[in-house]
Design a protein around this ligand. Structure first.
Ligand code: HEC
Length: 165
């Protein structure tokens, strides 16, 4: 029995080593802040931006800060999956390319996800302890999204913000 586990362990170790040769996804990194970045198209106070940067950008922008273990398989693949999915739903780097209606809706979703504690993902905050939002930070984000949505309501006709039933 002891021998069986030794062989099993050796096989797993070899599989893990071989897995390292599996192609790693390209890094999610962009050198510049584009003109369509949320900070370029909307008012984002410094304290709000710093929260987004620490807690959201890794999965919701074109710039991820990669920890050292992120280049080890299968972590690399798993991480990239989160990034692609997160960016697909909401990408702060290209926020300005979204239609007004979509921006308006995303702002509400940000508020909801944060309020309900769904975002940032708990699998992320387990490692990135400082990304976990305090009650004060949640309130800050709520205030910001609400103020921005109010400015939309003031500047655009209602039917360009909410789809008619
Ligand atoms: C570890 C990666 C990760 C981090 C960090 C993260 N998210 Fe997400 N987010 C995702 C993924 C993956 C999805 C899509 C799947 C889902 O909804 O669970 C998502 C979905 C969302 C959605 C839903 C979009 C929609 O249209 O339904 C919003 C809003 C959102 N995130 C906001 C945030 C905010 C705000 C932060 C920071 C406070 C944040 N996320 C941090 C990975 C992340």
């Amino acid at each position: 029995m002891k021998r069986f586990f030794k062989i099993l362990f050796a096989c797993l170790a070899i599989a893990l080593i071989l897995f390292q040769f599996y192609p790693k996804p390209a890094k999610n990194e962009e050198a510049i802040v584009t003109s369509q970045h949320i900070t370029a198209v909307h008012q984002v106070p410094a304290n709000v931006e710093s929260i987004l940067k620490t807690s959201c950008y890794d999965c919701h922008s074109n710039n991820t800060e990669y920890p050292w273990y992120s280049r080890i398989q299968p972590v690399a693949l798993w991480l990239d999956d989160h990034i692609q999915e997160g960016k697909g739903e909401l990408n702060f780097s290209i926020f300005g390319t979204y239609s007004i209606r979509r921006q308006y809706r995303k702002l509400e979703e940000i508020n909801e996800e944060v309020k309900e504690g769904e975002m940032p993902l708990s699998s992320y905050t387990v490692i990135h302890r400082n990304a976990k939002l305090t009650d004060e930070q949640k309130l800050l984000l709520a205030g910001w999204t609400t103020a921005l949505r109010d400015s939309f309501t003031a500047n655009y006709p209602a039917d360009s913000l909410i789809r008619k039933k």
